[in-house]
Design a protein around this ligand. Sequence first.
Ligand code: LLP
Length: 391
Amino acid sequence: ITHGRAQRGPAWWRGRREALLQAAARGTPRYVYDLATLRARARALAAIDTIDRRFYALKANPHPTILRALEAEGFGFECVSSGELAHLFATLPGLEPERVLFTPSFAPRREYEEAFARGATVTVDNIEALQRWPDVFEGRGLWLRLDLGRGEGHHAKVRTGGSQAKFGLPLPRLDAFVAQARALDARIAGLHAHLGSGVELPSHWREVYAELAAHADRIGTVATIDIGGGLPVPYLPDAAPLDLEAWARGLAEVKALYPQYALAVEPGRFLVAECGVLLLHVTQVVEKDGMRRVGCDAGMNALLRPALYDAFHAIANLSRPGGDTAQGDGVLAFDVVGPVCESGDVLGRQRLLPAATSEGDVLLVADAGAYGMAMANTYNLRALPAEDVIE
Ligand code: LLP
C-alpha cells in the first residue's frame, strides 16, 4: 500500500445516493461515471509541471465523454490497437495526431502502418519488427520500449517487465536495436518503459526515469522519456492514496539531472478508477452450509477484476439506510456473487452488508471506472452493462 500523506475525502458517490438509485431504476448492471472526480484527478496530474506530456491510456475506459473531458484537460492518448485508434479519432475528430501514442504488443504489420499513416507516435519493443518490416520503419522517428529487467504491479498478470513478460526490449539487445534502427535511417526519438499496473512502490517512477535517461544519453537521439503508467489508487478502505506531491518531487529530482529530455507519463487507472461505480440489483439471498451469499444481476461478466486478479472493490447497499457505510447493528458478512456459472464469479468475499439485504436492493461496487466496462463481456450470453455519466 502506498503511504500518502494526503487524506482521502469521502467518495463522491456517498453524496449521490438518490441520483444513483434513479440511475439503477433505469436498469442494471450499469456503470456510472462522475466527471468531477475525473477532472480532479486530471488536474492534479496537470499541475505537476515537471511532466511535459500526459497520455491517457484509454484501454482503462474508452467512454466517449471521458475521452472528450480529458482532451479538454490537455491530455494526449495512448492506444494499443487499431480499434482504439479508430475509436479515438472518431470520438475526437479535431485531435492533433501529435497527441497520440501507439504502444502495441505483438501487433500485425498493418497496425503499425495505420498508426504511422494517422500521424501517431509509434513505440516498438523488439528488433524483429524492424528486421521483418524494414519498409514500415525506414526513415521514421520512433519510440523504443525497454524492459528494465523487472516487473511491478498489483498482480502477476499485470507485471510487464522481466523475462517472463512479453513486453519490451531487454537491455542486452539495446545496442543491436540502435544499430538496426540506424541501418534503416530510423531515429529513436523516445525511450519508454511501463513495468506494470497498480504499482505501490512510490520510488518506482523516479527510478525508471533515471534508468531510461541514462540509456537515452548513450543513444544520443532521444528527446522524450516516457515512464509509463501504473499509478495506484486506494481500493482498500484503509489504504492511503498515492502521495502525488512526493511522487512529483522524486520526478523533479531526476529532471534536474536530465533537463534535456521531455518527460511523459501515460496513466489509465489513476484518472478513471475512482470516478466509476457499478450498480447492480440483488437477485437472491441464500444461506448454504453457514455461508450467506448475496446474488446480483451481474458478476464477473460486468466486472472481471475480482475473478481475474482477486482484486478488491468496496461494496455498499444503497437501498438501506446506513448500507453505504455498513457500520453498526444489523450488519452481516456476505459473499457477493454474480449469476455466472463459475465458482470464481465472486465480486467480494465476506463483505459487511445490512442483514436485511434482499431481492431488489441496489448494490454499488466502488472504484470500478478503470478496467471495468473495458473488460466486461457477454459470457453466458448476458448483456453488457449500460453506462451513464453524471456531472
Ligand atoms: N501504458 C502501457 C503501455 C500499458 O500497458 C498500460 C496498462 C498503461 C500505460 C496504463 O496503466 P495504468 O496506469 O492503468 O496502470 N486490467 C488490469 C490492468 C492492466 C493494465 C494494462 N496496461 C487491471 O484491471 O488491473
